[in-house]
Design a protein around this ligand. Structure first.
Ligand SMILES: *[C@@H]1O[C@H](CO)[C@@H](O)[C@H](O)[C@H]1NC(C)=O
Ligand SMILES: *[C@@H]1O[C@H](CO)[C@@H](O)[C@H](O)[C@H]1NC(C)=O
Ligand SMILES: *[C@@H]1O[C@H](CO)[C@@H](O)[C@H](O)[C@H]1NC(C)=O
Length: 151
């Protein structure tokens, strides 16, 4: 009987613990923000993170007098083509929820800045495995805001 209860307890623990997941608002560029003033490797930044569809958001903080944020296609990301963005943001502090699995590309609408490296591509997963087991962020404490989510 005690043995059975132990097994039951173990099962409850194994299945209850992962229900508390980490939901993040990722500050793009960590403490550097969204700027080409000081060289920053946004590709390296994004490769260090497991982005999750539905749970995570990107936060772009920047000087809205000099730059903005455009979501573009992969082709226009490569060439810093700003003419027909999929979406445009310009408040200087934009929080963009990640709502689709796969790649998303963001560039500065200022093509000089884009060509100086102010562009980022992310890949987001919708996998429940990644959702429950992804590693803690490599960047912080400026890099993210952890929003506890009990679901
Ligand atoms: C942007 O320009 C406005 C008007 O010229 C100025 O008041 C403001 O301080 C500028 N913002 C930044 C972040 O430089
Ligand atoms: C920029 O993108 C638009 C729309 O995708 C395209 O029509 C245009 O030819 C592109 N411009 C350049 C210089 O590639
Ligand atoms: C950006 O906006 C969020 C939410 O509105 C706010 O909590 C945060 O302090 C702002 N960040 C900056 C740098 O203004």
């Amino acid at each position: 009987m005690a043995f059975k209860i132990n097994i039951l307890l173990s099962l409850v623990l194994v299945f209850a613990v992962p229900l508390i997941v980490n939901v993040f608002i990722w500050n793009v560029g960590d403490a550097a923000g969204w700027s080409s003033q000081t060289p920053y490797d946004y590709t390296y930044w994004s490769m260090g993170i497991s982005f999750l569809v539905g749970d995570d958001s990107l936060r772009f903080v920047y000087d809205s007098n000099t730059t903005n944020v455009l979501e573009v296609t992969s082709t226009n990301y490569m060439s810093c083509n700003t003419t027909s963005p999929l979406a445009a943001y310009n408040t200087g502090n934009d929080t963009i929820p990640i709502t689709k699995e796969g790649y998303q590309y963001f560039i500065s609408g200022n093509s000089v800045e884009c060509n100086n490296g102010l562009k980022v591509g992310i890949w987001a997963s919708n996998s429940s495995y990644v959702r429950f087991w992804r590693y803690d962020p490599a960047f912080g404490p400026d890099g993210y805001i952890n929003v506890p989510d009990f679901d």
